[in-house]
Design a protein around this ligand. Structure first.
Ligand code: BDR
Ligand code: CA
Length: 311
């Protein structure tokens, strides 16, 4: 079976780490590169985390660091969710391989330019790298099959009442991406808050008996603690970023509707909101496939099979 060529741009991050693990374990993605952005933690930490996770699962793709900060704002990070390292919880040894000397944007550009097939981009962090790339090289759009991203929400937010973290960190980058004309699949909070994993399911990963299963369980132990804290009201941990990877692997697990979506870049209370034209008031062409629901059992099974395939 032909593998789907993808580039994953991430900010690990517990759920980014699990997304990477699933992508490599699935066997259906041809991962051309893993690039990192600043977001859940500072850019050096997210790069180091990507390298540590990949080293641990014994996969050695091209890894490249991207922009050090958002296009025109100060970097906002999330240590309260992911800890000081960005991947607190499990004990992960230092990386066993080096990143590329090139910038993520140049790496993505080279891969797209030299590829004879279109490539899917899977961003699971702020859209800074992709936004800068598209602004500087708009012609490269033709080489992008689609962008399946974790970010945004049709309704509500998680960092402010109206905005999700990845979009809020760099709304200008998101605006470039959403206006690009490239087909976009938005796995936002509408679906990721339904992509929950519960304690008993975490134990199943631990019981797989391989080191990756143990790592996934330990990542989830930490992530779960934050989400079940008083005031957050979650019964488990929402698997945000794995949704974007799972969509690339098997979109039939998900339910979606196409809409016209714009990014709020100026709002006093709504900065970073993904404004979905539900009632089709603007009469604009749909630009985003908004993912709204999933078959949770199939999703967990997909993750489980992928983790089982690794060491
Ligand atoms: C997103 O923000 C980050 O904390 C997660 O890694 C995910 O990409 C959820 O809002
Ligand atoms: Ca992320």
């Amino acid at each position: 079976m032909r593998k789907i060529p993808v580039i994953i741009d991430c900010d690990p991050g517990h759920d980014d780490a699990i997304a990477l693990i699933i992508a490599f374990g699935s066997g259906v993605l041809d991962i051309k590169a893993v690039t990192t952005c600043a977001g859940n933690q500072t850019p050096d930490k997210t790069l180091n985390n990507a390298l540590r996770v990949l080293s641990f699962i014994e996969k050695y793709p091209i890894v490249a660091q991207g922009a050090l900060e958002p296009i025109m704002r100060e970097l906002m990070i999330a240590p309260e969710v992911h800890g000081e390292s960005g991947l607190d919880g499990p004990e992960l040894p230092p990386p066993s391989f080096e990143p590329s000397q090139k910038n993520a944007g140049d790496v993505i550009l080279d891969i797209l330019r030299t590829s004879d097939e279109k490539i899917t981009l899977i961003p699971t962090g702020p859209l800074t790298n992709i936004g800068i790339l598209l602004a500087a090289h708009p012609e490269i759009k033709q080489k992008i099959e689609r962008i399946i991203l974790m970010g945004g929400a049709a309704v509500g937010g998680n960092w402010t009442p109206g905005a999700e973290f990845n979009i809020l960190v760099d709304p200008e980058a998101a605006d470039i991406v959403f206006k690009s004309g490239i087909p976009i699949v938005m796995c936002g909070l509408d679906v990721t808050h339904k992509a929950m994993i519960f304690k008993d399911e975490t134990e199943k990963f631990r019981r797989i008996g391989n080191k990756t299963g143990k790592l996934v369980a330990e990542l989830l132990d930490f992530f779960d603690l934050f989400h079940r804290k008083e005031g957050f009201g979650f019964a488990g941990a929402p698997l945000h970023d794995p949704c974007a990877v799972a969509y690339a692997i098997d979109p039939s697990i998900f339910t979606s509707v196409d809409y016209f979506v714009e990014i709020e870049t100026k709002g006093q209370h709504t900065l970073g909101a993904t404004v979905v034209d539900f009632k089709r008031k603007y009469g604009q062409k749909n630009n985003v496939t908004v993912v709204l629901d999933l078959d949770r059992e199939k999703f967990i099974n997909l993750m489980y099979s992928a983790v089982k395939n690794l060491t």
